[in-house]
Ligand binder design. Structure first.
Ligand SMILES: [Zn+2]
Length: 292
């Protein structure tokens, strides 16, 4: 598709090679990178302005940011279908590796069982493998979800990909908590549902938010379970930690003109068309539905 040209140009055709090289030199990257030290913070201009105005010049090397429970996986996945680029969620990569007999699966199982965080090195190794496999299949472009989470990870990413847009999905915290507490999983088929019916009134000039519940079909109703960590206390703590680590990352991308802030106006039916508008993609969807 016309929107994606960057990855097929000679300068970036060996992206997974660069990933591998970077992975091997990762140990030389300092743990903490402050904004004053970082070339990553300094070297960019407002290239995204151009990309935003004209979707045909878009490269679609995008990153999705957003706190846990905001639904970024859903929107990233929908956009990846629309733009015919893969949606690469690092959480999925970890789960797939765990379920496989891959070289990292034992190491990962140990880390996850101990409740530890998966290191940058492992995430990068999985990403590298995923991009290599994608390149072999002729994929171009990507939408990343779950990476980067820190400035250090962003710095690593910057070396290998020319991220042209970072979409930051936001939702009012009280709504977010209510939504997280409404989550249910079917213990039989594994599908996710949401019992929360959100209807908050607008205040101080901000619009109200209506989000319909995502109710299960009758055969799932008796098998619904709540994740043990979806308690109010844990949800709020998760948000606090997310805000703390993501704010500097958002600031980095904001200062470079790459951050698109998007306040979700409601559930998918309300948010999806507005998101497409914000991304200048509303005509893209019309074209596709005309073809279909
Ligand atoms: Zn079910």
């Amino acid at each position: 598709m016309a929107a994606i040209t960057r990855l097929s140009t000679p300068s970036s055709s060996s992206i997974s090679h660069i990933w591998r090289r970077l992975y091997s030199s990762l140990s030389s990257i300092p743990e903490t990178i402050t904004s004053s030290q970082s070339p990553f913070l300094a070297k960019f201009n407002n290239a995204t302005d151009l990309a935003r105005k004209d979707p045909k010049h878009r490269n679609v090397q995008w990153v999705f940011l957003g706190c846990p429970g905001v639904g970024k996986g859903t929107y990233a996945s929908r956009l990846s279908t629309l733009l015919a680029v893969p949606h690469i969620a690092t959480g999925d990569l970890v789960r797939e590796e765990l379920a496989s007999s891959g070289s990292l699966s034992l190491q990962l199982a140990e880390i996850v069982n101990q409740g530890k965080l998966v290191s940058d090195e492992i995430i990068l190794s999985l990403l590298s493998k995923r991009l290599q496999a994608g390149e072999d299949r002729g994929e171009s472009g990507f939408i990343l979800d779950g990476f980067p989470r820190t400035i250090r990870q962003a710095e690593i990413l910057e070396e290998v990909a020319d991220i042209d847009l970072v979409v930051n999905l936001k939702l009012r915290e009280d709504v977010l908590v209510e939504k997280c507490l409404g989550r249910r999983i079917c213990s039989q088929c594994g599908k996710n549902f949401n019992m929360a019916s959100i209807n908050v009134k607008g205040e101080n000039g901000s619009p109200g938010i209506i989000m319909a519940p995502l109710l299960p079909p009758s055969h799932c109703v008796s098998k619904l379970i709540t994740r043990a960590d979806d308690t109010e206390e844990v949800v709020k703590e998760r948000l606090r930690i997310y805000n703390e680590t993501s704010r500097p990352l958002e600031e980095v991308y904001r200062s470079r003109g790459k951050l698109l802030e998007f306040d979700l106006p409601g559930g998918i039916p309300e948010s999806w068309p507005k998101l497409l508008q914000a991304l200048n993609l509303d005509d893209e969807e019309e074209k596709q539905s005309a073809v279909a």
